[in-house]
Design a protein around this ligand. Structure first.
Ligand SMILES: CC/C=C\C/C=C\C/C=C\CCC/C=C/C(=O)SCCNC(=O)CCNC(=O)[C@H](O)C(C)(C)COP(=O)(O)OP(=O)(O)OC[C@H]1O[C@@H](n2cnc3c(N)ncnc32)[C@H](O)[C@@H]1OP(=O)(O)O
Length: 295
């Protein structure tokens, strides 16, 4: 099977635990297995099976904290330099939630230095995932607002659980904040300018069937089949010669990536000056209070 060809050998089924876990099909040897042990840290779990799977595992809702983002980038980088790994499926360890997006508590009541470090980590995650040479497939097994939607959009292909209760979108304006230009550009590259303009202004969350209609996701399947469908899609993507696919991906994405690289420091300064405003802090606090009250 092509998906197995990605991952070269045979290996223990499961390795690590934490906010993510990565499952990888087959390793060449026990020594090779041992050499992957650095994945075994607080936030990342590596599972070795038929496909490489990164599972977000930060209860209760996979919010993307500074730690989670840092761990995600390190883990992805490790896979990126591993020549035995050609593709990654990104999913969640929890049913009903893919990711709640950026951890709002990281953007409230902290120092300017903290906000800068947090935003750099968000950028790093995006640069690594959007710019990955690997085939990346999002297996979206639940709701995926804002930063969660961004992660999914960074992938080459998106499969979502066919449940209208699960919604995906960039809802930043609903929090009184603004999706930065590179979130916007990622969405434009996914669904086009007109849909993005409307979605971003309204902070629209799309139930799964609507997300399929606008092309925000590529395929809907039942919840139980999300991961197996991702594995099957991976086989298809991996049947294409790597060099041709990678160069094509780079042609498509490089201008967007270069734009952030060029303006990275300005973007951090912009974020810090925006998020430290009293009015923005108030908006985020009100949103968090509402989230807690809805119970
Ligand atoms: C001039 C300016 C120009 C440019 C701009 C410059 C800079 C840009 C500025 C800012 C950009 C910021 C970009 C932000 C991106 C983001 O990702 S913001 C996060 C958006 N996320 C959301 O809105 C999701 C909110 N959560 C939900 O809708 C729901 O929780 C859920 C659908 C994900 C899950 O629902 P339930 O299963 O019912 O779970 P609960 O709602 O009960 O939640 C459980 C628990 O988790 C807490 N929580 C939920 N989401 C978050 C989160 N994102 N961060 C932190 N915490 C979260 C929730 O409060 C509950 O907590 P407890 O009550 O249990 O303590």
């Amino acid at each position: 099977m092509a998906a197995q060809a990605v991952l070269r050998s045979s290996a223990p089924a499961r390795l690590l635990s934490g906010s993510f876990y990565i499952r990888k099909g087959v390793l060449a040897s026990w020594q090779h297995y041992q050499s992957r042990r650095p994945f075994s840290n607080e936030k990342v779990l590596v599972e070795l099976d038929e496909s490489t799977v990164m599972k977000m595992k930060n209860p209760p809702v996979n919010s993307l904290s500074l730690d989670v983002l840092t761990e995600f980038s390190i883990s992805l980088e490790k896979l990126e330099i591993d020549r035995g790994c050609r593709g990654v499926i990104l999913t969640s360890a929890f049913p009903k939630i893919f990711s709640a997006g950026l951890d709002i508590t990281e953007m409230c009541g902290k120092s300017a230095e903290h906000y800068a470090a947090f935003w750099r980590a968000v950028q790093e995650m995006w640069l690594k995932l959007y710019g990955s040479n690997m085939v990346t497939i999002a297996a979206i097994n639940g709701s995926s607002p804002a930063g969660g939607c961004l992660m999914a959009m960074c992938c080459d292909y998106r499969i979502m659980a066919d449940n209208p209760k699960f919604a995906i979108g960039l809802n930043e304006t609903q929090l009184g904040i603004v999706a930065p230009f590179w979130f916007k550009e990622t969405m434009v590259n996914t669904v086009g300018n007109r849909v993005t303009e409307q979605s971003l202004q309204l902070g629209q969350m799309y139930p799964a069937p609507d997300a399929l209609k606008i092309g925000l996701v590529d395929k809907l399947v039942t919840e139980e089949k999300v991961q197996s469908t991702a594995v099957a899609a991976m086989s298809q993507w991996l049947a294409v010669p790597d060099h041709a696919r990678q160069i094509t991906k780079s042609i498509m994405r490089k201008p967007t990536i270069d734009n952030l690289v060029k303006h990275r420091e300005a973007d951090i300064n912009n974020f810090v000056s925006f998020i430290t405003k009293d009015s923005i802090q108030k908006s985020l606090q009100v949103y968090m209070d509402r989230l807690k009250q809805k119970k």
